[in-house]
Design a protein around this ligand. Structure first.
Ligand SMILES: Cc1cc2nc3c(=O)[nH]c(=O)nc-3n(C[C@H](O)[C@H](O)[C@H](O)COP(=O)(O)OP(=O)(O)OC[C@H]3O[C@@H](n4cnc5c(N)ncnc54)[C@H](O)[C@@H]3O)c2cc1C
Ligand code: FES
Ligand code: FES
Length: 1372
C-alpha cells in the first residue's frame, strides 16, 4: 500500500471504510482500492494468521470468516472467503474473523485448535489457521440450521460436511488424514471408533470416556458474534464506501449507468467493475486500477426470482447462493425432471473452485470471464446445455439473448454489464395420447485432476436429452438433445450441434452411437497450444458414451424405468441398469477418506521419550500466533525485494530496462551483481557455489539477474514484472537436455568417496541369466517442493557493519557463511536467526540462501532493513526442484524371475550449478539396492545443463531409484508373464546379500526386519485375498479396472555431527538450542522429550513437570555454531543425541550437590536443586557436538506398502482405494510425530507419482506457475482407506535410544500406487487388445511419472470407446 491508509478509532467520517476484525473496530479513510484484505491484515494489523500461500485463491492459507449483517432481517450471514482476493473496500460494514479471533493463547484456544493439536494435525503449521477457519465456518453454519439437536459435545455438522469443509485447503505436510479426523470429532454422526490416533484417549476406552477427554465443544463455540457497534452503525444508515477511496458502490442501475458514463469519458482502462474479485486469481493484475465499481448493491443484480417459466439469477449472485437457490428450488413444486436438472446444476457448481471462492465468486463474473477472456468456465457449459438466457445492459440498451449467442459474440465492451441469467424449467413434452413414455435425462461431467473441485477441468460437458421408448421396437429414441462442451481449449463452451442433429429422432443403438461419436470427434478439437489435446477430445467421447450407452442395452429394463418414471436415469431402481450406470458413476468417488487405522506399539523405556505427545506449539500454529519470518513486524524504513530473473537459458545480459510508460511506484533501486561488496555468491555447498546474480552471462531461464527494491512487496513484485532484459544470444548454444550434455561432455564431478561401489561381476551375472532385457529406457521429470510458505528473509543492518538476517532456512549456518562472503565481512559480523520454517522438504536448504543473501546485500547497500517474501510464481520458476533423469538399464534374469545382473546408465540433470547434486549417485544406488540384483554395475553422470540447479527434495534420488527398481522388476515379470509380486519376493534380500550390497550399514541380522514386514503386511492388508478380488472385479467390469501392488523399501540414512546446548535458568526452566531446524517434522518435540528424559536421570521430581519446563528456542548462528544442514531424515535424532550429551554433563555437574542436599533434606525438588546450584556457582549451561561413530553412522530403514487403485477407463481418472503401510521406526522417539512423517511423506510421494507435473517451455523456463497448474494432493486424492502400522522393532544398539528415521523413506513407498496403476492399465490394455484396439496384448509399456489422467487414459486407449463399439457392432 502506498501509505495512505489510516487506521483510526474516531467517529466515522463521510469518506471512511468501517469494519471489524476479531471484534476490533477499524475505520479507514483514503484506502488504495486495489488493497486486498490480506495485505491489510498482514501489514496494518497484528493479525498474522492469514498466510499468503498462493495469492490466487488456490490454497486456503489466507481464509477468513466474513460476517455480514442484514439490518432489515436482523440476520447475520457467515461465510469464508480468501482474503488474498477479497478487496479491502468490499468488506465495508463486515466483521472479519481470523484464526486468532476463533481462539488464541490469551483468551483461550478454541476446541478446534486444541483438537487439531491433539490429533497431530499440524506440522509446519502454515496451513493450519486457514484450515481452522474453514472448519469453524462449517460449524457456525451447521449449528445455525434447524437440524435436530446433536448429542452433547457435538455439533450439527455431519462427517461428510466436516471432511469437505477443508477440501479446498492445501496442506503439504500432514497428508490430510489427521486433519480430517480432527474435523470429524465435531460431527454429530461420527463413530468415535473411526477417529484416528490422538493424544486425548487410549485405544479401547469407551465412547463416553473418549468424549470426556476431548476439549469440550458446546454450541457457544460456534457462535460468531457480530459486533454490536457495527450493527448500530449499519442500522444508523451506513455510508457505503467512499469516493475518496475511488470505490463506488452504486445502489441502482441508474447510478451504475451514470458512473459508467462518467468513467468512460474520463479513462475507461483504469476502472474495474468488481463483484467478488476472484477473477484476479486467474488474471493477475499487472497494473493498479484507480477506480472500482462494486456491483453488489444493485438490487437487480442480486435477485433470485422464481417465475412460471424458470429461475432468474442476478449476475452478482455468488455461486454458493446460486447453489442454495437451485437446491431450494429442488425441494419446491418442480416436476421430477425439472428437479433433476436443478440438482445436477447445483452438484456441478459444488465442484467449481472451493467453498471460500464460491462464497464470493459471482455467476456473472464467471460468465464475463468466459465471454471476454475465454476463461474455461464450468458455469457457461452447464448453463448452455439448458438453454439459459442472459440479460445485458449496454449504455441505455437492454438486451435479452441466449447464452449461446452471448458467448459467441465478440468480447463485450467495458460499459456492457451483465445483469443476470435465466434458467428455464424443464420437463419432457410427454405425449400421453401416443402412449409413448418420454423422459428427460440430464447429466453434467467434469474431467479434472481433483475429483471434487479446486482444479480446472480438462473438459466439462453437460447433456440434456428427451428420450422415449419406442412402441414397437422396445428401443430408446432420442427426441431431442442438447450436448454442451467446454474448457477443453476452446474459445468458449459450445453446443455440439451436428451431433445433436444427427441423434435427434434416432433410435439409439451401437451403430448410431458410433456415428455420433465420429461426429463428436471432429467437433471437440482443442485449439493449438492446448495441453493434451487428444486426451481432451477423448474425454468428450467418454462422457457422451457414459451418458448414452446405458440407454442402449437392457432395453427391457429401460422400458420399466421409463414407464415407472423414476427421478433420473442415475437413480433407477432396477439393479441391472443401475449396475450399468454405476460403472461410470463418478459421484460414488466423491466421499473422501472412508477409513483409516493406525497401529502403534508404545514404548515406555525412556519416558517421556517414546510418548506420542503433541507437537510443540501446535495450538499456537492453529491460532496463527506462531511467528514465521514474514510475520515478524517490519522494522522502521523497511524495504521489500523482488527478483528479476532470466527467461533465456544462455545469453549475455546487456541491460535491464522497465517497460516504457510503466510507473514504478515506490521503487528505490535495482541491485545487480555490480552492487555486491564481496564475492558474487548466492549459495554454497561443500561441492561448489552458485552466483547470487548472473554476471555478464545468464546460465538458465529462472536465474536471478537482479533485485528490485521497493517500499512494499506488491510494488517490488509489480516492478520486477515490468522488467525487460536485453539479451545477446549470439554464438551461445544452451544445453537443455541430458542427451545434449552427454554429447558435449558437460558434467559435474562426483568426488570419488561419494561414488558408490559396483557389486559383483556384471558380465558373469549376465552369463548366468536365462533371459536378458537390454538397454531399456526410463525417464523421470522434476517435482516442486510446494512448501506452503515460499522463500522468505528479512535482513536488518546492525552497528559496526553487522547484519542480522531472519531466514526461513534449513541451514542457517550455510546461509551465514554465504552472506559473510557476499558482504565481504568476517563471519562474526553476520547473525542468521531461524525460528520455524513453513515447510522445507529440502527446498529451504540451499535454495533459501540466495533469498537471505539478496536481502542482506540490499540492506547493506541501502543501510535499511530489506525483506522479501518471494511470490509463488517466482518461487516455482527458480526452485529447480527434484532432479530429472534418464535411466537406461540392462538386466539378466532366470526363468523364475530371479535377477542375476543389472547395469544402469544414469544421466542426471543437475542444472547450472552443482548444489548438492554429487550426493545423487549414492542416494540413488542405496535405494535401488533394496533388491538383490545379483551383480550391480552402473555409470552415473551428473549433467551440467542450462536449467535451474536442482537441489535435494525429500528422498532425493531415493524416490527415483525406488521407481526404477520397480519399473524394471515389472518389466522382468511381464517378459516372463509372471505375477509381479512373486518376482519382487524372489528378489528380496536375504541378510547375506544385504550385507554384500550395504556392508556395515546392514547392521545386525536381527535388525533386518524387511522380510517379516513383507509377510506381516500381506496378512494385515489381506493382500492375497484382495488380489483375487481385484481379478474378479476386472473380469466383471468393462470401464473400470483395478490394480493392487505390494512394494518394499530399503532406505539408507546417514547421521551427521550436530551441536546442542542446554541451559537451566534460575527458576528451573530449561532453554534448549539445537543445530536442527523445526520444519514441521517435530524436531523440537522430540528434543524436548529427550531433554526431559535425560535431565530426569537426576531424579528430582516428576518427569512430566520437567517436560513442561523445557523450551526449545530459535536457531541463532552466533549462539550455536556448526548447526549444519537439517536434512536427510536424521537431524531430529542427532539433535536429540547432542542434547542428551549436554544433559548428561549437567546431571554430572549436579549429582554431587543433589546427593548432598538429599542427605540433608531427605528429598529435593528440581527448583530447589537449581536454586542451590546457582548459589554454589555450578555451571548450568552445557553445550556439545554429537559426532556419530564412523562405523555406525549409516543405517538402513525398512518398510513396505500395499496400494490398490481403480482406474476409470473412460477418463483416465485414478482413485487410490486403499493403502496399507508397515514401517519400522525402531523404538520411535515420538510415534505421533513419526506417524505424521510417514503419512505426510507418503502423500507427497503420491503427488510425485500421480499428480505433480512441473513442465517448462523450450527455454527451460518453468511454466507451472501456481496452484492453477501445479496440483499437489488434496484431501480427495489421498487413499480412501489409509492404514499405517509403526513397527516397534525393539532394541538397536547403535541407534539413538534405539530409534530410527521416518522423514523421507516413507515417501518412496508411494511407488506402490504407481505400480498398482500400472497393473490396472495392464488389464485395460488386455481388454483393449481383445477388442482389436492394440496389436498385441502388449504387457510391456512405460507408465510415465506422474501418471496423470491424460497419461493413464492414453495407455488405456484414447479411442477405447470407438474400439469397443466397433467390436460390439462387428460381433453382432
Ligand atoms: C481458485 C479458483 C478456482 C476456480 N475454479 C473454477 C472452476 O473450476 N470452474 C469455473 O467455471 N470457474 C472457476 N473459477 C472462476 C470463478 O468462478 C470466477 O473467478 C468467479 O465466478 C468470478 O466472479 P467474481 O464475482 O469474483 O468476479 P470478479 O473477479 O469481480 O470479476 C471478473 C470479471 O468480470 C467483470 N464483471 C463481473 N461482473 C460483471 C457484470 N455483471 N457485468 C460486467 N462485467 C462484470 C469484472 O470487471 C472482471 O473483469 C475459479 C476461480 C478461482 C479463484
Ligand atoms: S493465499 Fe489466498 S488462497 Fe492461497
Ligand atoms: S502443516 Fe499443513 S502445510 Fe505444513
Amino acid at each position: 500500500m502506498s501509505g495512505q491508509t489510516q487506521t483510526t478509532t474516531t467517529q466515522q467520517t463521510e469518506k471512511s471504510l468501517v469494519f471489524a476484525v476479531n471484534g476490533e473496530r477499524f475505520e479507514l479513510s483514503e484506502v488504495n482500492p486495489s488493497t486486498t484484505l490480506l495485505e491489510f491484515l498482514r501489514s496494518q494489523t497484528s493479525f498474522k494468521s492469514v498466510k499468503l500461500g498462493c495469492g490466487e485463491g488456490g490454497c486456503g492459507a489466507c481464509v477468513v470468516l466474513l460476517s455480514k449483517y442484514d439490518a432489515v432481517l436482523d440476520k447475520v450471514e457467515d461465510f469464508t472467503v480468501s482474503s488474498c482476493l477479497t478487496l479491502l473496500c468490499s468488506v465495508n460494514g463486515c466483521s472479519v474473523t481470523t484464526a486468532e479471533g476463533v481462539g488464541n493463547s490469551k483468551n483461550g484456544f478454541h476446541p478446534i485448535q486444541e483438537r487439531f493439536s491433539g490429533f497431530h494435525a499440524s506440522q509446519c503449521g502454515y496451513c493450519t489457521p486457514g484450515m481452522c477457519v474453514s472448519l469453524y465456518s462449517a460449524l457456525v453454519n451447521a449449528d445455525k440450521t434447524n437440524r435436530p439437536e446433536p448429542r452433547p459435545g457435538f455439533s450439527k455438522l455431519t462427517v461428510s460436511e466436516a471432511e469437505k469443509s477443508i477440501s479446498g485447503n492445501l496442506c503439504r505436510c500432514t497428508g490430510y488424514r489427521p486433519i480430517a479426523d480432527a474435523c470429524k470429532t465435531f460431527a454429530a454422526d461420527v463413530d468415535m471408533e473411526d477417529l484416528g490416533f490422538n493424544y486425548f484417549w487410549k485405544k479401547g476406552e469407551s465412547d463416553e470416556v473418549k468424549l470426556s477427554r476431548l476439549p469440550p465443544y458446546t454450541h457457544n463455540n460456534a457462535t460468531c458474534m457480530f459486533p454490536e457497534f457495527l450493527k448500530m452503525e449499519i442500522k444508523a444508515g451506513f455510508n457505503l464506501a467512499s469516493e475518496g477511496c475511488h470505490w463506488y458502490s452504486p445502489v441502482s442501475l441508474e447510478q451504475l449507468q451514470s458512473l459508467l458514463q462518467m468513467v468512460e469519458v474520463n479513462d475507461g482502462t483504469s476502472t474495474k467493475i468488481v463483484v467478488g474479485n476472484t477473477g484476479m486469481g486467474y488474471y493477475k493484475e499487472l497494473v493498479h486500477h484507480k477506480n472500482y465499481i462494486d456491483l453488489r448493491y444493485i438490487p437487480e443484480l442480486s435477485i433470485i426470482r422464481k417465475e412460471q417459466t424458470g429461475i432468474e439469477i442476478g449476475a452478482s449472485v455468488t455461486i454458493s447462493k446460486a447453489i442454495e437457490a437451485l437446491k431450494e428450488e429442488n425441494k419446491g413444486g418442480l416436476n421430477q425432471e425439472g428437479k433433476l436438472v436443478f440438482e445436477k446444476l447445483a452438484n456441478h457448481m459444488e465442484r467449481i473452485a472451493t467453498g471460500f471462492v464460491r462464497n464470493s465468486a459471482s455467476i456473472g463474473g464467471n460468465l464475463i470471464m468466459a465471454q471476454r477472456k475465454h476463461f474455461p468456465s464450468d458455469i457457461a457449459t452447464i448453463l448452455l446445455s439448458v438453454d439459459s438466457m442472459v440479460d445485458i445492459l449496454t449504455g441505455q440498451r437492454h438486451e435479452t439473448i441466449t447464452l449461446e449467442e452471448f458467448l459467441g459474440r465478440p468480447p463485450l465492451i467495458f460499459k456492457s454489464v451483465l445483469l443476470g441469467i435465466k434458467i428455464p424449467y424443464w420437463r419432457s413434452s410427454r405425449d400421453l395420447s401416443s402412449k409413448t413414455y418420454t423422459k428427460l435425462v440430464y447429466e453434467t461431467y467434469r474431467g479434472a485432476p481433483r475429483p471434487i473441485g479446486n482444479a480446472l477441468p480438462y473438459l466439462n460437458a453437460a447433456f440434456l436429452a428427451e428420450v422415449s421408448l419406442c412402441k414397437n421396437s422396445a428401443g430408446v429414441m432420442l427426441n431431442n438433445c442438447r450436448f454442451a462442451f467446454g474448457a477443453y481449449g476452446t474459445k468458449h463452451s459450445i453446443r455440439a450441434r451436428k451431433v445433436e442433429e444427427f441423434l435427434s429422432a434416432k433410435l439409439l443403438n451401437d451403430s448410431v452411437l458410433y456415428e455420433a461419436i465420429k461426429l463428436l470427434e471432429i467437433t471437440v478439437i482443442p485449439e493449438d497450444g492446448t495441453s493434451s489435446p487428444a486426451f481432451r477430445s477423448s474425454l468428450a467421447v467418454g462422457f457422451l458414451f457414459e451418458f448414452l450407452s446405458p440407454l442402449i442395452n437392457n432395453s427391457a429394463d429401460i422400458s420399466s424405468f421409463l414407464c415407472n418414471g423414476y427421478n433420473s436415469a442415475l437413480q433407477f431402481n432396477d439393479s441391472k441398469i443401475k449396475q450399468n450406470f454405476d460403472q461410470f458413476d463418478q459421484t460414488k468417488f466423491s466421499t473422501l477418506l472412508s477409513s483409516a487405522k493406525q497401529v502403534i506399539q508404545l514404548n515406555e523405556e525412556y519416558h517421556p521419550v517414546g510418548e506420542p505427545i503433541t507437537k510443540v506449539g501446535a495450538t499456537l500454529q492453529a491460532s496463527g500466533e506462531a511467528v514465521y519470518v514474514d510475520d515478524i513486524p517490519s522494522p522502521r524504513n523497511c524495504l521489500h525485494g523482488a527478483f528479476i530473473y532470466s527467461t533465456e537459458p544462455l545469453a549475455r545480459v546487456k541491460g535491464i530496462k522497465f517497460k516504457p510508460e510503466s510507473s514504478l511506484d515506490g521503487v528505490t533501486t535495482v541491485i545487480s551483481f555490480k552492487d555486491i561488496p564481496g564475492e558474487n555468491v548466492g549459495a554454497w555447498t561443500m561441492f561448489g557455489t552458485e552466483p547470487l546474480y548472473a554476471d555478464e552471462l545468464t546460465q538458465c531461464a529462472g536465474q536471478r539477474i537482479a533485485l528490485v527494491v521497493a517500499n512494499t512487496q506488491k510494488n517490488a513484485d509489480m516492478a520486477a514484472n515490468l522488467a525487460v532484459i536485453d539479451y545477446d544470444k549470439k554464438d551461445l548454444e544452451p544445453i537443455l537436455s541430458v542427451e545434449e550434455a552427454f554429447e558435449r561432455c558437460s558434467f559435474f564431478d562426483v568426488p570419488p568417496y561419494l561414488y558408490p561401489e559396483q557389486v559383483g561381476d556384471f558380465s558373469k551375472g549376465m552369463a548366468e541369466a536365462d533371459h536378458q532385457i537390454l538397454s531399456a529406457e526410463v525417464k523421470l521429470g522434476s517435482q516442486y517442493y510446494f512448501y506452503m510458505e515460499t522463500q522468505t528473509a528479512l535482513a536488518v543492518p546492525d552497528e559496526d557493519n553487522c547484519m542480522i538476517v531472519y531466514s526461513s532456512s534449513q541451514c542457517p549456518e550455510f546461509a551465514h557463511e554465504t552472506i559473510a562472503k557476499c558482504l565481504g565481512v568476517p563471519g562474526h559480523n553476520v547473525r542468521v536467526i531461524t525460528r520455524r520454517v513453513g515447510g522445507g522438504f529440502g527446498g529451504k536448504a540451499i535454495k533459501a540462501m540466495p533469498v537471505s543473501t539478496s536481502c542482506a546485500v540490499a540492506a547493506y547497500k541501502l543501510q535499511r532493513p530489506v525483506r522479501m517474501y518471494v511470490n509463488r510464481k517466482t518461487d516455482m520458476i527458480m526452485a529447480g526442484g527434484r532432479h530429472p533423469m534418464k535411466i537406461t538399464y540392462s538386466v539378466g534374469f532366470k526363468t523364475n524371475g530371479k535377477i542375476t545382473a543389472l547395469k544402469l546408465d544414469i544421466l542426471i540433470d543437475a542444472g547450472m550449478s552443482v548444489d548438492v547434486s554429487p550426493i545423487m549417485p549414492h542416494n540413488m544406488l542405496s535405494s535401488l539396492k533394496k533388491y538383490d540384483w545379483g551383480a550391480l554395475a552402473f555409470d552415473i553422470k551428473l549433467c551440467k545443463t542450462n536449467r535451474p540447479s536442482r537441489s535435494a527434495m525429500r528422498a532425493p534420488g531415493e524416490v527415483q531409484a525406488s521407481f526404477v527398481a520397480e519399473a524394471l522388476i515389472e518389466h522382468v515379470a511381464s517378459t516372463l508373464a509372471l505375477e509381479v509380486d512373486s518376482v519382487r519376493s524372489i528378489n528380496l534380500h536375504k541378510y547375506d546379500s544385504l550385507e554384500l550390497f550395504f556392508k556395515t550399514s546392514a547392521g545386525e541380522p536381527l535388525e533386518y526386519t524387511l522380510p517379516s514386514i513383507w509377510d506381516k503386511l500381506a496378512l494385515s492388508s489381506s493382500f492375497y485375498q484382495r488380489t483375487e478380488t481385484v481379478k474378479e472385479f476386472n473380469r466383471c467390469n468393462q470401464w473400470k479396472k483395478r490394480g493392487i501392488s505390494r512394494v518394499p523399501i530399503v532406505h539408507e540414512v546417514l547421521l551427521r555431527a550436530t551441536p546442542g546446548k542446554v541451559s537451566i535458568l534460575h527458576d528451573g526452566s530449561i532453554v534448549v538450542e539445537v543445530g536442527g531446524i523445526e520444519l514441521g517434522q517435530g524436531l523440537w518435540t522430540k528434543v524436548k522429550q529427550m531433554t526431559a528424559y535425560a535431565l530426569s536421570l537426576i531424579q528430582c521430581g516428576a518427569t512430566e513437570e520437567l517436560l513442561e519446563k523445557v523450551r526449545v528456542i530459535q536457531a541463532d548462528t552466533l549462539s550455536l555454531i556448526q548447526g549444519g544442514l537439517t536434512a536427510g531424515s536424521t537431524t531430529s535424532e542427532s539433535s536429540c543425541e547432542s542434547i542428551r550429551l549436554c544433559c548428561n554433563i549437567l546431571v554430572d555437574r549436579l549429582t554431587a550437590l543433589k546427593e548432598r542436599l538429599v542427605e540433608q533434606m531427605g528429598s529435593i525438588k528440581w527448583e530447589t536443586l537449581i536454586l542451590q546450584a546457582y548459589q554454589n556457582s555450578v555451571n548450568l549451561s552445557a553445550s556439545s557436538l554429537y559426532v556419530p561413530d564412523f562405523s555406525s553412522m549409516k543405517y538402513l530403514n525398512y518398510g513396505a506398502a500395499v496400494s490398490e487403485v481403480e482406474v476409470n477407463l473412460l477418463t483416465g481418472q485414478t482413485t487410490t482405494l486403499q493403502t496399507d503401510i508397515i514401517y519400522d521406526c525402531g523404538q520411535s522417539l515420538n510415534p505421533a510425530v513419526d506417524l505424521g512423517q510417514i503419512e505426510g511423506a507418503f502423500v507427497q510421494g503420491i503427488g510425485f507419482f500421480m499428480l505433480e507435473e512441473y513442465p517448462t517451455n523450450s527455454n527451460g523456463l518453468v511454466v507451472a506457475e501456481g496452484t492453477w497448474t501445479y496440483k499437489i494432493p488434496t484431501v480427495d486424492t489421498i487413499p480412501k482407506k489409509f492404514n499405517v502400522e509403526i513397527l516397534n522393532s525393539g532394541h538397536h544398539k547403535h541407534r539413538i535410544l534405539s530409534s530410527k528415521a521416518s522423514g523421507e523413506p516413507p515417501l518412496t513407498l508411494a511407488v506402490s500406487v504407481h505400480c498398482a496403476i500400472r497393473a490396472a492399465i495392464k488389464e485395460a490394455r488386455q481388454q483393449l487388445h481383445s477388442w482389436g484396439g492394440i496389436d498385441e496384448s502388449n504387457s510391456t509399456f512405460q507408465l510415465e511419472v506422474p501418471a496423470t489422467m491424460p497419461v493413464v487414459k492414453e495407455l488405456c486407449g484414447l479411442d477405447s470407446v470407438q474400439r469397443f463399439l466397433q467390436w460390439t457392432i462387428g460381433s453382432k
